[in-house]
Write a protein that binds this ligand. Sequence first.
Ligand code: ZN
Length: 300
Amino acid sequence: MQGQQDGLIGAIEAGGTKFICALARMDGTIVARARIDTRTPAECFPDVAAFFTAAQETHGRIAAFGVASFGPIDIDPASPAYGTFTTTPKPGWQGARFHDVLDPFGVPFVVDTDVNGAAIGEWLAGAGQGARTLAYTTIGTGVGTGVLRDGKSLMGFSHYEMGHIHPSHDRAADPFEGWCPYHGDCLEGLVAGPAIIKRWGTSLDHLADDPAKIDLIGGYIADLAADLVLMHMPDRLIFGGGVMKAPGLIETVRRRTLARLNGYVQNPRLDPGLEQYIVTPGLGDDAGITGAIELGRSKL
Ligand code: ZN
C-alpha cells in the first residue's frame, strides 16, 4: 500500500490560450503531459478531467493537484469562492470553478495565479534560486508581479495587481494615452505587448535599433522595479515575458532603476550595475508548470 508521500501530483498551468496539464512524481519529474486548447469551461474542463483520469490509470494515484491559472481568480483558501474566476472578461469563465473539474478526484488542491506559479517555478529551479524574497514580473499581453517569501506567494485579500500602478508619464515625450480599459496609462496600459503595437505598429523586439523607444519602455518598467524594491526589499527581481525579449531592454531597466533609486537603498544585494539583481528568467516556458507541480506538492 502506497502512502500519500508516494502519490503523484496533478499540475495545471491554465492560460488564456492553452492549458498545460502534467502528471509528476514527487521529485518533479513529469511522467505525462498534455496541451489542451482553452475554450469555454464546459468544453475545456472535461478534456482536463479525461487527461488526469487516463494518466492516473497508467501511472498511479494522484495525491494532490496544483493549479497556476490566469485570472482574476480567488486564491484565498479561506474564501468560499476559492478557485473561482471573478471579473475575467474571458467569455464563459466568470464564475467558473476549478472545484468542478478537480472535486471528483477527491484529493486536496491548491490554486494560485499564473504569475505566482511562474515565480515559484523560477524560485525552485530557475533564476530565483536562493532568494528568500523574490519578485517575478511578466511583461507580455498583460503585466503582473508575484512576490514570494521562502517560496510562498504573498497576497492580501486578493492577489497583487502591480501591473496597474501608474508610472511617471511625460505626455510630451510619449503622447500615447495608454491601453488599459480601467486606467488608460497605467503600466500595463503603457508597456504591455498590445500597448506597444497600438502605439508603434509593431512589437518592441522589432524596434531594438531605436534606443529612444527602448529607453521609454525601460523607464516605465524601472518605475515598477524601483517600487518593488521600496515596498518589498526583494533579494532579486526577475523580469520575463514576451516584451522583455527586446534586445537592450533588461539593460535599460537596470540603468533606469538605479537612477530612480538614486542611491537611497544601500545593500550588498544591489550590485553596482544591478546585473545580478535584475535578471531574466531561467526556465523559459516551463516556469508555470514547474510552479504548479510545486503548489500541488506543498499540499502534501
Ligand atoms: Zn490598468
